[in-house]
Design a protein around this ligand. Structure first.
Ligand code: EPU
Length: 417
């Protein structure tokens, strides 16, 4: 298994280009199941999770091909199986995203239950509740959700927790249901708006995406489309922290700064100097780094997917910062590894108190999930000596060649087979 070796101490300077958003590409690929026509995607990140989705779709009979330049062609004209098997779902929870489109177009689906993971229990009760409200019968047996319907119908669906993939699944299912579906307390993440705009290009009638109430009027049939995936706001945010933590000067280009409003506001409170352009921003790290509390919430607030990276930054703060995680109940595994590098962090339930002014020292650490891996790399960039990060298959799920991009900015980092 590959490892990442980082030697801390270098200031990052230069320009980095951001890839397409993994969390927008995954639902877009699943949406290709809604039509027999060809779907062309651009800016799909060539990372483990999109390649796993390619495998899953191929197993169902979809012609699917992603290229490293970000283009993808998908054609679901000959779907032979409506099953997402355990072997694939266990490596990528987002495989649940095929449930909605399969129900919409084929009226049946069998999808392995994702189960818990390193960041929380992550149930899918709201995906199931929504489909049942639309007329599906869902049985959970032998670790699978088996769903079937004689035809989905529109419904009013109130989700008591904001769920990103839940909103995406129900929005996709509703595009081919009879009548109008209203999704209330829907997620408003940019990835939802991106999926809605792609579905509209396929002929779907959707309004209100980007707000808490989405209305979908079902149509008989969807057609093919060409769609460009939005830039990855979490990858952009990760490089922003890399600049801040190394007191660097980095231009983060090919991104959408409007999707990063809360993240950039938080980083500027810690002292970073940020100037924003239409599709890029420049961030200069400053000394001292001010310790500032943060609480994660669904979009447009500070994202849970940036919490681990922000924690690495706060280990270098001038005081103490309280980090509160409200989205997932167990997303502090990286704290334990940061402590092994010399950080002073106390975790209690959903809160972590990070005392700053700590000199981190390189160590052998293990990544527990995708964003935790990024956090350990960021800590390694400022740690004394060598940090070796193990289990980087988590990193490869969502970051495209992150070590090469960091090396180009001046970091001493390499992948060691
Ligand atoms: N939840 C329920 N019931 C449900 C669904 C969700 O209780 O039926 C709860 C979850 O347990 C969690 C909260 O709702 O406490 C929010 O979970 P959500 O469903 O929004 O998460 P997700 O859709 O599974 C997506 C991203 C995650 C990101 C979260 C939150 C994708 C493929 N994944 O997950 O991304 O953290 O939204 O923004 O879009 C990552 O990229 O590293 C990552 C984990």
């Amino acid at each position: 298994m590959d490892k990442i070796r980082v030697v801390g101490g270098n200031r990052l300077v230069g320009r980095v280009e951001i890839n397409g958003a993994k969390n927008a590409a995954l639902p877009a690929m699943a949406a290709s199941l809604l039509t027999a026509d060809s779907v062309y995607l651009e800016n799909v990140p060539y990372v483990r999770d999109t390649l796993t989705t390619q495998d899953l779709l191929r197993e169902m009979g979809v012609e699917a091909e992603i290229l490293e330049d970000g283009s993808a062609t998908l054609k679901a004209s000959d779907v032979a199986s409506q099953e997402a098997p355990y072997e694939l779902v266990k490596t990528m929870r987002a495989a649940i995203l095929v449930l909605g489109p399969l129900m919409g177009r084929f009226k049946k689906a069998s999808v392995s239950l994702p189960g818990g993971c390193a960041i929380g229990a992550r149930p899918i009760n709201l995906h199931i509740m929504g489909l049942e409200r639309m007329g599906a019968k869902c049985d959970v047996t032998h670790g699978y959700v088996d769903a079937a319907t004689s035809g989905l119908h529109g419904s009013y669906i109130m989700m008591d927790t904001v769920t990103v993939t839940g909103t995406e699944n129900l929005m996709m299912a509703a595009t081919l249901a009879e009548g109008e579906t209203v999704l209330d307390n829907a997620a408003c993440e940019p990835e939802i708006t991106d999926l809605a705009s792609m579905l509209r290009d396929m002929g779907a009638q959707i309004e209100g995406d980007g707000t808490r109430t989405i209305r979908i009027r079902g149509v008989k049939k969807l057609h093919g489309c060409r769609h460009r995936i939005i830039p990855d706001r979490i990858e952009a945010g990760t490089f922003a922290v890399a600049s801040a933590i190394t007191r660097g000067d980095v231009e983060v280009s090919n991104c959408n700064p409007r999707h990063l409003t809360a993240v950039l506001a938080q980083l500027s409170q810690t002292g970073a100097q940020i100037s924003i352009g239409p599709d890029s921003f420049r961030i200069k790290g400053r000394d001292p780094i001010s310790s500032k509390n943060v609480t994660t919430y669904p979009y447009p607030a500070f994202p849970t997917d940036m919490q681990a990276q922000y924690m690495a930054l706060m280990t270098q703060g001038n005081d103490s910062a309280l980090i509160t995680e409200t989205v997932f109940e167990n997303r502090f595994m990286h704290a334990l590894e940061l402590i092994r590098m010399g950080a002073d962090i106390t975790v209690e339930g959903r809160q972590a108190m990070v005392k700053g002014r700590k000199i981190l020292t390189g160590a052998r650490v293990q990544a527990s999930d995708l964003r935790a891996s990024a956090s350990l790399i960021l800590a390694g960039l400022v740690a004394e000596g060598e940090t070796w990060i193990d289990r980087i298959y988590h990193l490869d799920r969502g970051y495209y060649r992150i070590e090469e991009k960091l090396a180009q900015l001046g970091a001493q980092i390499e992948r060691v087979p």
